[in-house]
Design a protein around this ligand. Structure first.
Ligand code: ADP
Length: 328
């Protein structure tokens, strides 16, 4: 018979993403709704090790549903990777009377949580928070939709200047291992070519495609490149290569960088965060542990954390075809 849960901890860990605050708010208010206590754990697992805790009631999360970042702060904790660090974390949780926690983060944070559970049989639930959308078991991670909107907005602006000067723009977006942002934002912003880690387009095909678009009457072009694209050249080397081979092009580079992680969350991310927070707390109250709450076919689902960590979130192949047709 699992222990009755009376006090739930919540933390944000690893890379931050828009929507984390909305998820904290949801966890806190779901606890209040069910008359159980909620404790905010600051600075991820590091704050757990240091006992950096604060009681949270429904009014302590006023006016954060619209805010980017995380009011609980996030951190990477090397100490949590050691048995001694996790022991300290456990002692602090017990001392504070915390019976379970919800961790909002990426697969690293889930790995740490799962290890902690295996050592101390401590109930945990994960909420996927990362802009990269690279987690198995959910069609959307928190922050992904907001990042897509940010990227599309930036590319729209770049297009204005590109078309005024007949320029070719290489826009680098986040995504070291996954091309979700590049592929979706690229289609949304009407990019001529999209380079992603999952596909090796090859330099020759890139040149061919650019020549084709010039011949078809396009005077300016946008190429969206994920950080981890398979060609293996960084975006500046790629610019040099294209300029050397297609001297008629004046190539400009724009690296969007960290702005993709910030900003007010989209409505989609706010609603998603609210739904996932409710399900995470209610699942703990039902005695469940070691799951990630996610969205599949627009329904909130539970995926074992182990699968969420090990599984691969595939890109949608149909989107590659759509992108090719759109660049005709
Ligand atoms: P993300 O959750 O965004 O993938 P990280 O990979 O940086 O980010 O992980 C966040 C934190 O989770 C780490 O700083 C560490 O405290 C904890 N963590 C990650 N991997 C492990 C592991 N193998 N064992 C214990 N803790 C881990």
């Amino acid at each position: 018979m699992p222990k009755t849960i009376k006090k739930v901890g919540v933390l944000t860990s690893g890379g931050d993403s828009p929507g984390m605050n909305a998820a904290i708010r949801s966890v806190v208010r779901t606890c209040a709704y069910h008359n159980i206590e909620c404790i905010g754990i600051y600075r991820g697992y590091q704050g757990m090790i240091e006992g950096d805790f604060k009681e949270m009631g429904p009014r302590s999360v006023n006016n954060i549903v619209n805010k980017g970042g995380t009011i609980l702060k996030s951190a990477r904790s090397l100490e949590f990777k050691t048995p001694e660090g996790r022991k300290k974390a456990h002692e602090n949780l017990v001392k504070a009377g915390i019976d379970a926690f919800v961790v909002i983060g990426g697969d690293g944070s889930f790995t740490g949580g799962l290890l902690f559970n295996s050592e101390y049989n401590f109930p945990i639930m994960g909420i996927p928070g990362t802009i990269d959308n690279d987690i198995f078991g959910t069609s959307h991670t928190l922050g992904y939709d907001t990042a897509l909107n940010t990227v599309v907005d930036c590319i729209d602006k770049i297009r204005d200047t590109a078309s005024s000067h007949n320029r070719l723009f290489f826009v680098e977006v986040m995504g070291r291992d996954a091309g979700h942002i590049a592929l979706n934002a690229g289609i949304g912003a009407g990019a001529e070519e999209i380079l992603i880690p999952e596909e090796d387009l090859g330099l020759d095909r890139l040149l061919e495609s650019l020549q084709k678009s010039k011949a078809s009457g396009k005077s300016s072009s946008i190429v969206v490149i994920a950080e981890g694209d398979k060609i293996g050249k960084n975006v500046f080397e790629l610019k040099d290569y294209v300029e050397a081979n297609l001297p008629e092009y004046d190539v400009r580079v724009s690296v969007l960088g960290h702005m993709q992680r910030g900003g007010s969350p989209s409505c989609f991310d706010r609603v998603l965060a609210s739904r996932l927070g409710v399900r995470a707390v209610e699942s703990l109250l039902e005695g469940k542990s070691n799951y990630m709450v996610g969205l599949q076919n627009d329904k909130v689902t539970l995926t074992p954390l182990e699968q969420a960590i090990k599984g691969k979130s595939e890109i949608d192949r149909e989107l590659l075809r759509v992108s090719e047709i759109m660049s005709t």
